[in-house]
Design a protein around this ligand. Structure first.
Ligand SMILES: *Cc1c(COP(=O)(O)O)cnc(C)c1O
Length: 429
């Protein structure tokens, strides 16, 4: 039996001093049951908890760790930088180097700005889009997550296309009334919103690869439609690439589909495990930011040296080692085995580059509404048995998994076989 006493003790203490015992809700394991694992150490593809258990980690800090844990180049860069001071609150060389590297990898980014989280990146990009277009409304899609700023915590009302209603306590209805919500995968829904709110829509924001509610791969024609309809209406198209950026390829969903949004937001991988977000795009839009323009945006620790060093080390390693191709091949082989192992049961493996999702249903859904509602209960068992087998999946049926450069082909093949066995026993085959 796996030991969990030390994690249990720590979590009990945490419940007395941290709200819900955690600093971000999914970490509390409410969706899967059991006690969260207190991680003592990460090394390559593995994490080790305070009870001495070792797990192959498919969460990878929710995506940032594309090189795996404590990668020597990232550790060295952070260490060397820290010796020279962790923050100056002024300009320094590495922020220029990282901005230049991002521009090289993502040619549609003419200018950008760094912030400290994905939430901030999206919030700032939307403010900028509103400032540029002098319009208030935005279109967001149900099933896409864009961080926890007030007006993005909106859910769809009862109609097919609606203005948003608050999806969280503490968010006034007045704050979400400019957030229009449409289901994914429907040109008709978006067209209806553009008809109803003519000349009022500042931006359409979408995860080019929606990966926060399962992995809801969109049709290329649909994304092209969003590009066209936005352009035709003077509306900006924003790709939220916080997960997909530098993950599904060097230029994220933008490069993968060959569709250029007006603005992009980044986070996760771009910080190599330290808190970084970024937003960027067309120069004429980005030039509206303070101090050159009227749209205000700032941050005490924005572009801080440690975070820039980790981001640079991560992206440079990926570039120099053909990282995205390697990850693509290894991840494809992993999901090929997983598919073979689960071919007779109602399980669908969805993959985009090194992002994968185990959908506990016959077909891959394209919309949040098409995810079967019993997924959560089934996933609880898969998750628990995977832990016992030394595999750490994300603690929710709706979260995706990530493969890092440190996951070896052998690690992956073994994990795929173990997971296959667990799922076959779940469906009693
Ligand atoms: C994670 C995520 C965010 C929020 O980023 P934080 O760094 O958690 O604030 C925003 N958008 C997408 C697509 C994300 O995956």
């Amino acid at each position: 039996m796996r030991r969990t006493e030390n994690s249990e003790k720590l979590f009990k203490r945490a419940l007395e001093s941290l709200s819900g015992g955690v600093n971000s809700p999914v970490r509390a394991f409410k969706a899967v049951g059991g006690t969260p694992l207190y991680v003592a150490k990460g090394e390559g593809a593995y994490i080790y908890d305070v009870d001495g258990n070792k797990y192959l980690d498919f969460c990878c800090s929710w995506g940032p760790l594309i090189l795996g844990h404590a990668h020597p180049e990232v550790v060295r860069a952070v260490h060397e930088t820290a010796l020279l001071g962790t923050s100056f609150g002024t300009v320094h060389e590495n922020e220029v180097l990282l901005a230049e590297l991002i521009k090289k990898l993502c040619p549609h980014i003419e200018k950008l700005r760094f912030v400290s989280s994905g939430t901030e990146a999206v919030m700032s990009a939307i403010r900028l889009a509103r400032g540029f277009t002098r319009r208030d409304k935005i279109i967001k899609f149900s099933g896409c997550y864009h961080g926890h700023s007030d007006y993005l915590l909106a859910s769809a009302g009862s109609g097919l296309v609606t203005f948003g209603i608050p999806a969280s306590g503490g968010v006034p209805e007045d704050f979400t009334k400019h957030t229009l919500i449409a289901p994914l995968d429907s040109e008709a829904a978006v067209s209806e919103l553009f008809d109803t709110y003519e000349n009022q829509i500042a931006a359409v924001i979408i995860e080019g690869v929606p990966a926060n509610n399962g992995l809801l791969m969109q049709r290329k024609e649909y994304l092209q439609y969003l590009r066209e309809v936005s352009g035709n209406h003077g509306t900006l198209l924003i790709f939220d690439e916080v997960i997909s950026g530098f993950r599904v390829g060097q230029n994220g969903a933008t490069g993968m589909y060959g569709i250029e949004p007006d603005l992009c937001t980044y986070g996760k991988v771009v910080g190599g495990g330290l808190p970084v977000g970024a937003f960027g795009g067309r120069k004429e839009i980005m030039d509206l930011l303070a101090p050159d323009g009227p749209v205000y945006q700032a941050g005490t620790l924005s572009g801080n040296p440690l975070a820039m060093a980790a981001g640079l080390a991560t992206l440079n390693f990926m570039v120099k080692n053909d990282g995205w191709n390697k990850l693509e091949k290894r991840s494809a082989e992993f999901t090929r085995i997983l598919e073979a192992e689960t071919k007779d049961i109602p399980v669908t493996i969805v993959r985009c580059g090194s992002i994968f999702w185990i959908a506990l249903q016959e077909e891959a859904p394209r919309t949040a509404e098409a995810i079967l509602t019993d997924a959560g209960a089934k996933y609880r068992r898969v998750f628990a048995e995977a832990l016992d087998a030394g595999i750490y999946l994300a603690p929710s049926a709706y979260e995706v998994g990530f493969v890092s450069i440190s996951h070896s082909s052998d690690d992956l093949a073994e994990a795929a076989r173990k997971l296959g066995k667990i799922m076959r026993s779940l469906f009693q085959i």
